[in-house]
Ligand binder design. Structure first.
Ligand code: NAD
Length: 427
């Protein structure tokens, strides 16, 4: 199909069969994108060398990552088309399929604990750490003034210092006095904002306590910025009680075994990181936060939970730190990230974070359902087969023919693809 009509909903069937041009047209109509944004999305390699050279050091080139759109996603009663940047096949299809299966039961409901980040200041060589702790806490008002004076813009947008906490950490090198600055960074991810405050305050803390300030840096364990998503899949929609019960057993395995939990959470991050990257946010920050949060009880566990409701349906929840912004970092300056953000039609960083949590939950549902039923390879490898066919040198219509041959032979190696291609060309 080459001439889609504007879709008022995210529930678009057959989107995967359209041409890329038709998809851009549909998404642009859905989100009300202007011509400049459409042109940006249509450009295959879409960052100028001059900008790249400005963004990082020793710039030489760019590497393009495909961006696709997840359909069928409904978050808090609003349909969204979600841009996802990923090099891995089947990730976007899984979100669309999973979201379709809970669309009629209301889609995803989300919330957030707040938009506060934590900066840490490490003090060493303090003889009386308990007294030092109180010396710092007594100066809360002064600390607030110093922090807020660092960033009047943030304060103007309703953010700024919120609280101070002091922790004593016992180490083989002695007791460390670690101050936490708790700062609301609103629509910024906030790393630079809180790092500036920590660096500015550190000499004062050292003077007040007689200690020596060493590290001054944010914590990526952003547990005051936790995004939450939940959704219910009806037992019928997912294929009955056997599928439901198998998914519960799959989750219990993950929640009780770190070897399984690592892969389970990696599946969640397949969705999360793809949206974080597409919107120009810091994937490493979100990933570090996710895994530290998963281990917060002292044992590495699943970020999601799965239960059977009183009605016998399947209810999933996801909670994880989500330090993403709409300003700062690359978000504001990368033209494609900006165009992709426009598709989401979010006005606050919190709205973005909540959509990302919904995508993480959808991804988790998709992976668990596949694993607990047909196995991951059936869906995954038929998509992966396309990459293998390309790698073997297939072009144009050869690609589909080689993919079919690989699926029939259930062998997805590059040798199998080369052999299939050779057979095809010899006919
Ligand atoms: P930034 O400093 O570029 O932008 C944030 C600033 O924008 C705020 O301090 C505020 O002055 C201003 N602002 C304007 N409008 C605002 C609004 N509506 N809400 C809030 N602030 C507003 O960026 P940042 O968000 O402080 O830092 C993000 C960057 O820091 C990312 O690129 C990240 O990769 C990088 N970083 C990350 C880490 C880490 O995660 N460990 C460490 C260092 C740097």
């Amino acid at each position: 199909m080459t001439h889609p009509v504007a879709s008022p909903t995210s529930r678009i069937s057959g989107f995967h069969k359209w041409t890329p041009e038709a998809r851009i047209e549909c998404v642009a109509a859905f989100a009300g994108l202007g011509q400049a944004e459409r042109d940006q999305l249509s450009a295959p390699s879409n960052i100028e060398a001059q900008l790249g050279d400005h963004m990082i050091e020793n710039f030489v080139t760019t590497i393009a990552i495909p961006v696709g759109i997840a359909t069928n996603v409904r978050v808090d009663g609003r349909d969204v088309l979600v841009p996802m940047a990923t090099e891995e096949s089947s990730v976007i299809a899984a979100v669309g399929n999973s979201a379709r299966q809970c669309y009629d039961t209301g889609g995803f409901v989300t919330s957030m604990s707040g938009t506060q980040m934590i900066a840490q200041i490490q003090l060493l060589d303090i003889a009386d750490p308990r007294r030092a702790r109180l010396l710092i806490l007594e100066r809360r008002d002064e600390i607030e003034r110093i922090c807020n004076a660092c960033d009047p813009t943030l304060v103007r947008f309703g953010g700024g210092f919120r609280d101070v906490e002091v922790r004593l950490i016992e180490t083989p090198a002695g007791t460390m006095v670690v101050t936490h600055l708790i700062v609301d960074t609103r629509d910024a991810m906030g790393a630079n904002a809180v790092n500036t405050m920590a660096e500015r305050l550190a000499p004062d803390l050292a003077r007040w306590t007689g200690g020596r300030a060493l590290l001054r840096i944010l914590s990526n364990l952003a547990d005051r910025r936790v995004a939450r998503a939940r959704a219910t899949w009806s037992c019928d929609a997912i294929g009955g009680e056997a599928v439901r019960d198998a998914m519960i057993a799959a989750w219990q395995f993950a929640d009780n075994d770190p070897y399984r939990a690592a892969t389970h959470n990696k599946g969640i991050m397949n969705g999360v990181s793809a949206v974080v990257l597409a919107t120009g946010n810091d994937t490493r920050a979100v990933e570090a936060g996710a895994h530290a949060f998963a281990a917060r009880t002292g044992r590495y566990r699943s970020l999601s939970t799965w239960e059977i409701t009183a009605e016998g349906d399947l209810a999933g929840t996801l909670e994880m730190p989500m330090a993403v912004g709409l300003v700062g970092g690359a978000v504001k300056i990368h033209p494609t990230a900006r165009a992709l953000l426009s598709i989401l039609r979010v006005e606050t960083a919190e709205q973005l974070a909540r959509i990302i949590a919904a995508v993480g939950l959808a991804q988790n549902f998709g992976a668990m359902k596949a694993l607990a039923t047909e196995g991951i390879q059936k869906g995954h490898m038929s998509l992966h087969a396309q990459n293998v066919a390309f790698a073997a040198g297939a072009v144009g219509e050869e690609v589909d023919a080689v993919v079919r041959a690989l699926i029939e032979s259930k062998s997805f190696s590059e040798e199998a693809a080369s052999a299939a291609l050779a057979r095809l060309r010899s006919h």
